[in-house]
Ligand binder design. Structure first.
Ligand SMILES: Cc1cc2nc3c(=O)[nH]c(=O)nc-3n(C[C@H](O)[C@H](O)[C@H](O)COP(=O)(O)OP(=O)(O)OC[C@H]3O[C@@H](n4cnc5c(N)ncnc54)[C@H](O)[C@@H]3O)c2cc1C
Ligand code: FES
Length: 256
């Protein structure tokens, strides 16, 4: 995966430009930083949420001339605070953090699931900009969960209320045979990433997965987000926030 040199803590004051509901359970927020911030696909920013000690991490969904977009799902106090923001409010963000998807000139299959669809949409945009052939399939629980305005080639819903019925993983083999990807990128729940990594190994295709772990410091200090990875025949620790969040599917030691 690609590491960024300027992976140091940077804090910006940012103005809320847009905030709107885009599905039954998710909102889009667009913020404008005091200076334009460059963010690569796969990286995340951390948002300071009023009254909470720990910043909350969110993958970047869009970046239009320095206006950073995030798609978020309400979970607890932090996301409730973000949801309560109004256009014109100022917030405090840190980042961008983490490594990036390694974009290569290889035919790509993108798999997103749930809120993990957001960083994949940003990756798709980057691949399109570079003219790299790609196909993006994303899965959601139901029609109401499909975010409005997201560019996706194939939508699946678990209950069959929109697009193709069933989990996006049910179509993985078909998509591989049809599109013959040379690399598969994925973001979503742990089980989705694990299955994508296994299928990649089965078909001999490189996989890159964006992992998620509950984070505290977000900058590689507290070791709260450690996972096991395989390196040079050994099992070693890696932090999702600093060494990741993107890992090769083949190097992750997958928990059940
Ligand atoms: C690298 C990274 C990228 C992320 N990108 C996005 C994104 O693009 N959009 C988005 O909506 N969320 C994303 N998340 C998750 C997001 O950080 C959490 O939803 C948020 O921190 C919750 O804060 P809260 O205060 O609202 O909830 P909390 O009060 O902190 O938690 C409420 C409940 O949610 C659970 N929870 C909190 N964080 C996570 C998590 N990471 N995974 C599973 N359960 C969790 C808690 O255990 C608790 O049960 C990302 C997380 C990481 C690590
Ligand atoms: S959250 Fe502290 S090391 Fe990753």
């Amino acid at each position: 995966m690609t590491k960024r040199k300027n992976d140091m803590k940077k804090i910006y004051k940012a103005k809320v430009n847009r905030i709107e509901r885009v599905s039954a359970s998710s909102h889009f927020i667009e913020i404008e930083c005091e200076i334009p911030v460059k963010v690569e696909a796969g990286q995340f920013i951390s948002i300071y949420c009023d009254g909470l000690t720990l910043r909350r991490p969110f993958s970047v969904y869009s970046n239009n001339n320095g206006r950073i977009g995030v798609l978020f799902k309400e979970r607890g106090k932090g996301t409730q605070y973000i949801k309560s923001l109004k256009v014109g409010d100022f917030i405090d963000i840190a980042g961008p953090f983490g490594n990036t998807f390694d974009i290569q000139n290889k035919k790509a299959l993108l798999i997103g699931a749930g809120i993990g669809a957001a960083p994949m949409a940003y990756l798709k945009e980057k691949l399109d900009e570079k003219g790299i052939k790609n196909y993006y399939a994303a899965g959601f629980l139901t029609k109401d969960e499909v975010p409005a305005g997201m560019k996706i080639d194939k939508i699946c819903t678990d209950d069959g209320s929109f697009g193709d019925a069933g989990s996006v993983l049910n179509y993985l083999g078909v998509l591989i045979n049809e599109h013959k990807p040379e690399v598969i990128y994925a973001c979503g729940p742990h089980i989705v990433l694990k299955i994508v990594a296994e299928q990649g190994e089965k078909y001999g295709i490189e996989t890159q997965v964006a992992m998620e772990k509950v984070m505290a410091c977000g900058i590689g200090v507290c070791r709260g987000c450690v996972i096991d990875i395989k390196k040079d025949g050994k099992i070693v620790n890696a932090t999702v926030c600093k060494d990741g969040p993107v890992f090769k599917g083949s190097e992750v030691v997958w928990e059940n």
